[in-house]
Design a protein around this ligand. Structure first.
Ligand SMILES: Cc1ncc(COP(=O)(O)O)c(C=O)c1O
Length: 398
């Protein structure tokens, strides 16, 4: 989407968007259209609206002006033509996969995509639609090329991936996919549309959980799909409207508020995360740190090539494999709260094996290469020295 303004201006001045919300009182903040339907003067007016039902506000499950304003801002930020907000990140992931896949098709994806995205394939698409799947590491283009079959319809990526944060070469994979007429989609939640622009690298569909950095305050759950106008319109009339996981206007308005500070928050997350990753890397009780912003990260060169910044989520492996010791460290933290999500203002710790062991079958869990001593931390906006002191004290307990 063409826009002459810098993203900081776009996020903070609603006059820069084509979608305008007029308010008779001149409210400085775009108001919330908290209504389910829109009324019309007469037969002709409502009939005209139906001539372009995607772009006219008729019913909030179709189009709502508050939601549309936020969609336009995020689409512009991602260099996409159009975006569609949905009720959750998983609503976006499932709408995206269902759009490209029909019964008996084949999908290529990674061993380390977000756990419920794996479950969507293994526990829903395979038993209900007889979908075939090939799981790959994602770091080797030849491995992906070797998996392509006549019925391959989608290469589904997540870069950096969940827990281990390994990268895929987006430009190379999208070029390969185009040669074979295969669609590409990426879960770009980790990097945000600020730090990574997959559509510029040829990826067809960009997916985010807005429950993380885009929301940023741990108070909303939502997701977004971004791509060409043609693709997003096609998803709009099928997987979006018919499956019905629409975005609530109030949630969209919270997201609008969050976008004002996305740039500022990401700067702080990035700065603090790098400091903490470097601290952990040097710590004698830590075996390994997975953070693409570290110069020691095996794919650092690729990370610098395809991302313009790094967010605040990382994992590290404790040297100890003793569960009592692991729990002592985990429970000993004070500022880092224990919880599953990430990308908010608060720092969090989680051990992905807790749910991974329960949600995945043993074979799939083994492929994910996650152990009980792998700790995932989300670095919030607190003072970084306080966070380092918290980690230092808890590591001293083991
Ligand atoms: C990488 C990734 N993608 C998608 C999701 C799903 O998003 P939501 O929780 O908004 O449904 C998550 C949630 O943790 C995630 O971490």
């Amino acid at each position: 989407m063409e826009n002459k303004y810098h993203h900081q201006t776009l996020m903070n001045c609603d006059k820069t968007t084509a979608t305008k919300i007029s308010d008779p009182y001149g409210a400085v903040i775009s108001p919330i259209y908290q209504n389910s339907l829109f009324t019309f003067e007469n037969w002709e007016a409502i009939e005209t609206a139906f001539n372009d039902k995607i772009n006219n506000a008729i019913y909030t499950r179709g189009k709502n002006p508050t939601v549309a304003l936020v969609e336009e801002k995020i689409a512009t930020l991602a260099h996409g033509e159009k975006a569609k907000l949905l009720a959750s990140g998983m609503a976006a992931v499932s709408a995206g996969m269902l759009h490209f896949l029909s019964a008996n098709d084949h999908i290529i994806t990674l061993n380390n995509i977000y756990g419920p995205s794996i479950s969507l394939i293994n526990d829903f698409l395979i038993p209900k639609m007889n979908i075939e799947v090939s799981y790959v590491s994602g770091t080797d283009i030849d491995e992906i090329a070797a998996k392509i079959k006549p019925n391959t319809k989608l290469i589904y990526l997540e870069s950096p991936s969940s827990v281990v944060f390994s990268l895929q070469d987006l430009a190379k994979i999208s070029a390969l996919a185009k040669q074979h007429d295969i669609a590409t989609a990426i879960d770009n939640t980790w990097a945000t549309p600020l730090f990574q622009k997959p559509l510029n690298l040829g990826i067809d569909l960009e997916i985010h959980s807005c429950s993380k950095y885009l929301g940023g305050h741990s108070d909303i759950v939502s997701g977004i799909l971004i791509g060409s106008e043609k693709l997003i319109n096609a998803i709009h009339v099928r997987e979006y409207e018919l499956l019905g996981a629409k975005m609530a206007p109030m949630e969209a308005w919270f997201l609008l508020r969050s976008l004002r500070t996305l740039d500022l928050r990401m700067e702080r997350h990035q700065k603090s995360a790098l400091k903490i990753a470097q601290f952990l890397e040097r710590h004698p009780k830590v075996a390994k740190v997975n953070y693409p912003g570290l110069t020691s990260f095996p794919q650092y060169k690729l990370a610098k090539q395809q991302m313009s910044g790094f967010s605040g989520l990382m994992s590290f492996q404790l040297k100890t494999t003793d569960l009592t010791q692991i729990k002592t460290f985990f429970n000993g933290l004070n500022l880092f709260q224990i919880g599953v999500s990430w990308g908010g203002h608060e720092s969090l710790i989680y051990a992905p094996a807790i749910s991974g062991l329960k949600e995945q079958n043993p074979e799939q869990f083994k492929k994910m290469a996650i152990s009980l001593n792998d700790m995932r931390i989300s670095i919030g906006l607190e003072n970084v020295e306080d966070l380092i002191a918290d980690l230092t004290e808890s590591l001293a307990l083991i």
